[in-house]
Design a binder for this molecule. Structure first.
Ligand code: TXA
Ligand code: MG
Length: 314
């Protein structure tokens, strides 16, 4: 059982940054907005602070954390970038791309769950960057939700799952991208998780295709967030539905209008932005959810990945 025994402070906007960074420097947990989803931040140089992240989320200790940095230079200090990774960092940072690269062994092992690699990202959200700069250290930050549940895209979502388990949440309003970052890593550049930056954009910059690791992997997958059942609402989810059956509530897309619709115009970017909030909202109704088909192109890859895992048996 995870204890909820502290008062979680609500901080807002740039005015909240000094207090948020002071808490982080003191080894406390602070959730903060990024352009993708809210992250649960801890000082990545402080192993006692990082342990608290696993505990607050109920996250298995084998599942490593993403480290957030304020610049490419700060990332180069803690990891050795192969040429392909440097090329992608320069092209996409700050932004919704996470790179898994060999660690220089400077950060405590618990950050990467004992792995020799680190997952790194420079976020583009102005509040995240302000917090990183004020804290003057890398911040380990997985999505700010209890393990296995839907990622938060508002401060309110964060509190739904973690109120009383973290020192503070920094409210920056709803996040823009709405789904987590794309993760690329490996000896040859490999897609470990589809996300906020389309694979086609990455391949355009590389001038080559990304290798794919199977999207759904075993007990200790290469990106353990790829466990089959993840992002799980409490109710059942049925995909590729043309219409609602029985008691189902329909999540629409494009021509298929639902009780709630991800994007009436069939815009995948808009659909990604609204996906997690829609799943949370429909989950509260206690009826099974049917989801209209989403095309497997651009951000549709990431949306279908999250939906498939929301629908996986558990
Ligand atoms: O957009 C995002 O990526 C958000 C925001 C907060 O930055 N973060 C996020 O973190 O989604 P999380 O912990 O929910 O997902 C991180 C994924 C996990 O699947 C984890 O297993 C994988 O990254 N990961 C972390 N370090 C890794 C490593 N060294 N090697 C392979 N996978 C790693
Ligand atoms: Mg997560």
């Amino acid at each position: 059982m995870i204890k909820a025994d502290q008062t979680t402070e609500r901080l807002t906007g740039f005015a909240g940054v000094p207090a948020a960074s002071a808490l982080l420097r003191a080894g406390e947990l602070v959730a903060f907005p990024t352009e993708t989803v809210y992250g649960l931040g801890a000082d990545a140089t402080n192993p006692d602070a990082v342990v608290k992240v696993y505990d607050a989320k109920g996250r298995p200790r084998f599942n490593p954390l993403i480290v957030h940095l304020s610049s490419v230079d700060a990332a180069l200090e803690i990891a050795a970038f192969p040429e392909w990774a440097l090329q992608l960092a320069v092209a996409f940072w700050p932004g919704a791309l996470t790179l898994v690269v060999p660690s220089r062994g400077i950060l405590p092992e618990i950050v990467s769950a004992g792995r020799p690699s680190l997952a790194l990202r420079v976020p583009s959200h102005p509040l995240a960057l302000a917090l990183l700069r004020a804290s003057e250290r890398p911040l380990a930050a997985p999505s700010a939700n209890p393990s296995g549940r839907v990622s938060p895209t508002t401060a309110c979502h964060v509190l739904d799952g973690l109120d009383g388990r973290i020192a503070a949440v920094l409210d920056g309003g709803p996040t823009e991208v709405g789904i987590e970052s794309t993760i690329v890593g490996g000896e040859v550049p490999t897609l470990l998780r589809p996300g906020g930056i389309a694979v086609s954009e990455i391949e355009k910059v590389m001038g080559a295709s990304l290798a794919r690791s199977g999207l759904i992997t075993k007990t200790v997958p290469s990106a353990p967030g790829q466990l089959a059942s993840h992002y799980a609402p409490r109710v059942e989810v049925r995909l590729n539905a043309e219409e609602a059956r029985g008691n189902e509530i329909l999540l629409g897309f494009g021509d298929i209008a639902g009780d709630r619709t991800l994007s009436a115009t069939g815009d995948l970017r808009e659909a990604a932005t609204h996906l997690f909030a829609a799943l949370r909202e429909l989950d509260t109704l206690g009826r099974p959810i049917a989801v209209a088909p989403i095309p497997e192109t651009g951000l549709g890859l990431a949306i279908n990945d999250r939906l498939t895992r929301a629908a996986a048996p558990r």
